[in-house]
Design a protein around this ligand. Sequence first.
Ligand code: ATP
Ligand code: MG
Length: 252
Amino acid sequence: MTRIIAVANQKGGVGKTTTAVNLAACLAELGSNVLLIDLDPQGNASQASGINKSTVPATIYQALTGHVPIDNAIVQTPYKNLSLVASTTDLVGAEIELAQLENRGFYLANTLRPAVSRFDWIFIDSPPSLGVLTLNAMTAAHGILAPLQCEYFALEGLSELLQTIINVKNTLNSHLNVFGVLLTMYQHTVLSRDVEADVRNHFMGKVFKTVIPRNVALSEAPSFGMPINHYSPKSTGAQAYGALAKEVLIRD
Ligand code: ATP
Ligand code: MG
């Protein structure tokens, strides 16, 4: 059965894209057939998975707005078992266009439907807002993976995210669950340890055992268009995302 996971947190810069790309790539390396959907107009996930946005035949914007079928927008990345639907800045327009439509929450779910059964995992990289694009990601998904940066304000805004998940569950998608909370950019400091204790206390079994360390290779890899397991397989970042992939397979 396909698992569709939206990586979401309206806070910017917490590791959504890093997690979507590298978890997708590590699961692909373990043999799963994985599709990564870049649903952020910034297009960072497209670049980080080695796809030149200007050369793709079609983008998520064209698929969402009904101009092309989703299959026309799915491209094979340079990495085995890893496919991608790219995004470009024109996706900003979808945020506005979709907001005016009835059933605006269902566009991504409907767009993806013909392709879903071909993949074991579909990851959706969401933008840093709780706007209509993130709403579409939540409606299309079975689970939310929420990265939390190990810093002082980690829990800030989280109640808003959880309330949105509850609202979507009650209205648009009764199957939606919190797939897991992921601690990112962990450092061996008192602050990181305190944040971890706080988050584990708050979310209990929902927090992944695997914690992602702050690791410079993780921040370098996107500029080479390489997921971490290809860019620096021995780095602590690659080991952490590899461990997360294994944990996710067991949890599933
Ligand atoms: P946005 O909200 O803008 O979409 P995001 O939540 O997707 O941001 P990322 O783009 O994944 O966050 O990460 C923000 C920045 O931090 C990036 O420059 C990324 O390379 C860096 N980064 C993410 N995770 C780590 C890590 N574990 N170690 C070091 N750098 C990291
Ligand atoms: Mg991002």
